[in-house]
Design a protein around this ligand. Sequence first.
Ligand SMILES: [Zn+2]
Ligand SMILES: [Zn+2]
Length: 374
Amino acid sequence: MRTRAAVLRDYNTPWSVEEIELDPPKRGEVLVKMVASGMCHSDEHAYDGHIAGLVPPPPMIGGHEGAGIVQEVGEGVDWLEPGDHVVFGFIPACGRCPSCADGHSNLCDLLATFTEGTQALDATHRHHTLDGKDLGLMCLIGTFAEHTVVNEASCIKVDKDWPLDKGCLLGCGVVTGWGSAVYTAEVEPGDYVAVVGCGGIGSNAIQGAKMAGARVIAAIDPVEFKREKAMEFGATHTFASMEEAQAALGDVTWDRGYDKVIMTMGTGDGDSLGEGFNLGGKRAKIVVTNLHSTTEGSISVPAIMLTMMEKQLRGSLFGSANIRKDIPRLFELYLAGQLNLDDLVTKTYTLDEINDGYEAMRNGENIRGVIVYD
Ligand SMILES: [Zn+2]
Ligand SMILES: [Zn+2]
């Protein structure tokens, strides 16, 4: 079939919204008509080449935070049928590999084909340009398209009454941020928590920390609009920089330092991570959720403090969450009024307006821009 998609033709060139050829789903695959797709910062990194080698090279279809309606299922898919509503996980969860079996489906073995962006089972492509080139898929899903074909392991079935234009955010940013606080940082009642970077991920780390009972949540971001939004999501203090936060450690944490520091910047770098590390106190957990450039080789962390203060540096992928449990659960928390998804969506766009959406992100105007399909 023919459909339309936003294709990255080359690094640092605008997303090209064009017609593509889409093959029908094969064994274990599902054809989905997209309803909405969040515009995450990681696609910006696919665009600028910062995470080259981690995601498929151009030409590729971007987007990894989406939700839609099943149109057709391939052979062997017996738990989904046309008309079912699904939220995609940006990492598939097969349920059978050692990581999935161990309760860490965020590290599922199906990640193996991630870098080529092919279909997970047979490493071939279903998406092609009209002139016959194969198109890789961001995170095996490619949500910047009116229709896509994905492996069933990327699909989480949700109730048909639940709003997919909000639920799409659960496919990456919300679960990643919330889980960074609740699962990776293990925020406990009374904790002092610092969240560094208050965009789509950081806003949800703040919400997670609040839900877990943090006493202090310091939101650190240079953009005033994001600091204001952070207070709405549950921050108790805001700082424009980590330097400012460091200077206020006495007032805010009785000079003890933060129990949990969660790094959710647009792009991490070794020096910033060092600053974040220094905000942590004894036995602090410093959580690295934001992506660093794939070419970065070292970080500026005083290793002596790993020993002398028992500080812990922890990586977090997809918030250390299990999407089959957590996507429906967070959707229910939203419907119960306990999780704020509405204020995360700053503005909606059509697929044709995708480059305007990313321009707004670069200018710090959006917590999340969301593409809503017809
Ligand atoms: Zn993302
Ligand atoms: Zn798995």
